[in-house]
Structure formats: C-alpha cells, structure tokens
Design a protein around this ligand. Structure first.
Ligand code: HBI
Ligand code: FE
Length: 284
C-alpha cells in the first residue's frame, strides 16, 4: 500500500504519514494534549510559537495532516514536514534539515504515558517543533544547523552540535520586552517544564553563549538544571554562521562541563529582570 506507515522506510527514512489511518482515539489523545498545553502557553511561550501554531492552523481538532502543515510552511519559509518511523541516524536527520524538511514521527504516545515519553512522538515533534519553522530567522537557523551538523559529523564533533541543539531548539528560553519566554520544543510540549523553567527558583538561567553551551552535557531524564537565554532568533543563526573548525577548536581546548557547573563568565538572567522598568523612581 503506497504511503502506508507499515511500508519499509525509503532510503531517506521517510514513510507516509497515512493520516487517514489514525483512529478516533488517537485524535482524541492529541486533543487532550493540545488543550492542556495551549492553556499554559499564553504569557509563557514566545509570541513566535503562538503565532506559528495559529498560522499553521494547528488546533485541538486532531493530529495535523503533514500535507497541510507543509503547504502552509512552504509558503512562509520553504520548509515541509515529512514522516519518519522514529529517531533516524544523525546524518539522515541533518540532511533533512539542510534540505528544509523536518522529520516528524507519526505515532502518538499511548494513553498511559501522556506526561512523559522517552522517544519523540507526533505531539512533541509537531506541536513542539513545527510552529517555529514558520518564523523566518528560526527556519534559516534550522537549515544551517543541518549543514553544519553534517560538517561537524564529518570531523567527529557531533556531540558539540547536539549540545547546541539541546540547549536551544529543545530547551531554549528567549528574553522579550514582556519578560522571559519559552521557545524550546521540549519545554513547549512538556506539561510540567513550562512552569518549572520560568517559575521555579532551582534551575539557573544564563545568557546564550554558544561555545559554553557546546561544552555542556545535558540530562535527558529530568527537568534541566540550566537554561540558556537568547535575545533574538538571529543570535542562533549567527552562532553557526562562521568557520566551524575555528569554533570547534575553541570548544575543544576547554574541558566538558556538567549541567550544574558554574563559570565566572556566566551571565545570569534574573527572572524578573526583563520586565519594563518603571521610570518614576520606584525601581531599584
Ligand atoms: N531523529 N526523528 C529524529 N528526531 C530527532 O530529533 C533526531 C533524530 N536523529 C538524531 C537527532 N535528533 C540528534 O541526535 C541530532 O540533533 C544531533
Ligand atoms: Fe525534539
């Protein structure tokens, strides 16, 4: 059956989404996840995430059809969404990004594991990642990440690029005139981390520093101990829009850091420090 999810993956690991074959119960699970997540996002997620959800027509109704998402994305940023069976090899993942194709899983997490999944599912991949692909600067960064990922892998420096992805695309925060906001997909699609990352006093929040991030290990099994904060999506593009060998050499000279490590050059971003400061004398 052409385009079926049960077919053998193609050489680029893509499969058909086979949207028509989703069961009502699977759409209902999306609806539950969508509704409870959207309720938390106003005032916490960056406007680029909220705008992306809207312009791409994502809704509580059910699991989006990747063809419709791709049509809407293509008009805005030239990206499309393709279905893959699960995690794909790094070089395949990078090659898709470089070609402005986002590989998304088609399956949805089982009803018994709505709050935590080990492997990405369609809710994480589509609700978490796809909205920002409608943002031009972020969309360009993702394609550049794919190209530089392929280059870094050729030099045996995949770990450094993966850490940058983790602390930006997956768990990044952004400083806006209204305050700190979320843009990382791992947070946007997480029931608990949305509030933890912005409101809990325990994690540290540091100014974006690409070479520092590339030395910092990460945990995949717990909320993050450290978040890095950008001021603008163009800072992501600028971090990789340079001689990769020079950047990797700079990183390789210094030791790898644990997520809890503190460096004198770290610049903490206070939780309330970005709210507009009153000019009438009642601010510190
Ligand atoms: N495959 N489907 C999928 N999704 C990912 O996010 C992904 C992947 N393969 C490799 C990978 N991520 C990461 O290892 C790279 O970002 C380094
Ligand atoms: Fe992800």
């Amino acid at each position: 059956m052409l385009g079926s999810a049960r077919e053998q993956p193609r050489e680029d690991f893509t499969i058909g989404q086979d949207w028509e074959s989703y069961a009502d119960a699977e759409h209902a699970r999306w609806r539950l996840l969508f509704e409870r997540q959207v309720a938390q996002l106003p005032g916490r997620a960056d406007s680029a995430v909220l705008d992306g959800l809207e312009v791409l027509g994502m809704a509580a109704g059910g699991i989006p059809d990747f063809r419709h998402l791709s049509d809407a994305l293509m008009r805005r940023t030239g990206w499309r969404v393709v279905a893959v069976p699960g995690l794909v090899p790094d070089e395949v993942f990078f090659a898709h990004l470089a070609a402005r194709r986002f590989p998304a899983t088609r399956f949805i997490r089982p009803a018994g594991c709505l709050d935590y999944v080990q492997e990405p599912d369609v809710f994480h991949d589509v609700f978490g990642h796809v909205p920002l692909l409608a943002h031009p600067a972020f969309a360009d960064f993702m394609a550049l990440y794919g190209r530089q990922g392929l280059a870094a892998q050729g030099r045996g420096r995949l770990a450094e690029l993966a850490r940058l992805y983790w602390y930006t695309v997956e768990f990044g925060l952004i400083r806006t005139p209204a305050g700190l906001r979320i843009y990382g997909s791992g947070i946007v699609s997480s029931r608990g981390e949305v509030t933890y990352c912005l409101e809990d006093p325990r994690p540290r929040r540091m100014a974006f520093a690409p070479a520092r991030i590339m030395r910092t290990r990460y945990r995949i099994d717990a909320f993050q101990e450290i978040y890095f904060v950008i001021d603008d999506y163009r800072a992501l593009f600028a971090a990789l829009d340079r001689d990769l060998d020079a950047l990797l050499a700079e990183v390789a000279r210094l030791p790898v850091l644990s997520p809890g490590a503190a460096l004198p050059e770290d610049r903490p971003i206070p939780l309330a420090g970005t709210r507009p400061i009153a000019l009438d004398g009642d601010s510190p």
